[in-house]
Write a protein that binds this ligand. Structure first.
Ligand code: DX5
Ligand code: ZN
Length: 213
């Protein structure tokens, strides 16, 4: 599946940009929430997620790069998120937050940074609908893909298989045709891409190129 990241869109016309992703046959829309603490950048919060939810039928894949996802959880649920991903490195009771997401009827995702070993998420694999392996250090779009994450994606896919689980494996950061193909070969099935999709003049062609790759 292809999930364009709105972070690379023109914020002056979000409704048009969201419609552009829908018309380009995006599967999901990826929304990057940054708090200036967990990452060195600030993006947008629940009010913008709610506005986008009102503007589109696209499945909203909300990636919380915030220190206290537990504190803000109910606000993102109320804003219309369909899937909420929280970081294993953030300051919260991971199990409890994942339960809170699922209790509200949403899909629950767990993310880990490039430097975080796969062992950190192993206790939670049976409680998630999606595992997000960051392929850049989170905080901004347009960074170069980190190939050292590929072995972790493959390890996650092996754990999924051996435990009989079926969570999605998502990658985020520096994804374009060649890196998407390498991630898919390692076992990833959800590709987040900002710069290579919203930055493309022809988004349908860029999405087709990702699918073909
Ligand atoms: C990184 C964000 C990504 C980002 C990806 O902090 O989580 O979703 O928007 O951007 P590109 O595709 O430009 O690397
Ligand atoms: Zn993201």
């Amino acid at each position: 599946m292809i999930a364009p990241s709105l972070l690379a869109a023109d914020f002056a016309c979000l409704e048009v940009e969201v419609a552009r992703a829908a018309a380009a046959a995006a599967d999901w829309l990826h929304l990057d929430v940054m708090d200036g603490h967990f990452v060195d950048n600030i993006s947008f919060g629940p009010a913008v997620v709610e506005t986008i939810d009102e503007a589109t039928d696209l499945f909203l894949d909300v990636h919380l790069m915030i220190s206290r996802p537990d504190v803000f959880l109910q606000r993102f649920i109320a804003a219309g998120a369909d899937l909420i991903t929280v970081h294993v490195e953030a300051d919260h009771d991971v199990r409890e937050t994942l339960q809170g997401i699922r209790a509200a009827g949403l899909k629950a995702g767990l993310a880990l940074n490039p430097a975080t070993p796969i062992e950190a998420v192993l206790p939670f694999l049976d409680q998630i609908d999606l595992l997000l392996c960051m392929t850049v250090v989170p905080g901004m779009g347009g960074q170069a893909f980190l190939p050292e994450v590929l072995s972790k994606i493959a390890a996650a896919a092996r754990h999924r298989e051996s435990q009989g689980l079926s969570f999605h494996l998502e990658v985020d950061g520096g994804i374009q045709a060649d890196t998407a193909a390498r991630c898919a070969a390692a076992g990833a099935n959800v590709m987040v891409a900002g710069t290579s999709l919203f930055g493309a003049s022809d988004m349908p062609a860029a999405i087709r190129a990702l699918r073909t790759a």
